[in-house]
Ligand binder design. Structure first.
Ligand code: ADP
Length: 187
């Protein structure tokens, strides 16, 4: 059983690799971004609350996000391990996540960081914009999401590095190549 996070800047390939890791390890992959997008599409109360933040490339308020994750991790399918993609995303969420794990009586095994340089990220995200039409993949919002990553999410990754659970993998290259690098780093 593995409990892990996948972290990295927007466009690093977290979603793509999450799906593969989830199949390979037999654990559920949970993406907070996907959950927000599904709820926005479905017009749920959660979606209505989250929409303006997601579309502007800002973080959805911590209280809402923390509650969402705690509820989701209580599902049966997460009892034997999970891969979280997109959470925690700042230091406040790390603290909340520590509490969630403590209440579950669980501990985190590994935080996997996909590393990619900025040029590559912008080009990948612009391509994805054409293919998927995500409303937060416009040039201005992409730039803003990268800034939010630098200011809020990078310190969160540094915290896990201090705790000694961070593993870094180069996210550049073919999907299978990157996946092979990841599998070598997992416990
Ligand atoms: P990316 O990593 O490419 O930015 P995500 O799907 O992870 O894509 O996130 C998309 C958006 O969803 C974020 O810009 C933010 O608005 C919202 N979001 C996702 N996860 C969180 C989180 N943990 N806390 C707050 N907002 C979040």
């Amino acid at each position: 059983m593995t409990r892990m996070l996948i972290v990295g800047p927007p466009g690093a390939g977290k979603g793509t690799q999450s799906k593969k890791i989830s199949e390979e390890l037999g654990i559920v992959a949970i993406s907070t971004g996907d959950i927000f997008r599904e709820n926005i599409k479905g017009g749920t109360a959660l979606g209505q609350e989250a929409q303006r933040y997601v579309e502007a490339g800002n973080l959805v308020p911590d209280s809402l996000t923390n509650r969402l994750v705690e509820d989701r991790l209580a599902w049966e399918d997460a009892a034997d391990g999970f891969l979280l993609d997109g959470y925690p995303r700042n230091l406040t969420q790390v603290e909340a996540f520590d509490g969630i794990l403590a209440r579950l009586g669980a501990r985190l095994d590994v935080v996997l960081e996909l590393v990619a340089d900025k040029e590559e990220l912008v080009s990948r995200l612009s391509k994805r914009a054409e293919m998927e039409g995500r409303r937060d993949d416009t040039e201005d919002v992409i730039r803003h999401r990268l800034e939010v990553f630098e200011s809020e999410t990078a310190p969160m990754i540094a915290e896990y590095s201090t705790r000694g659970v961070l593993r870094q993998v180069d996210g550049l290259g073919a999907v299978d190549e990157v996946n092979a690098r990841i599998m070598k780093e997992l416990p």
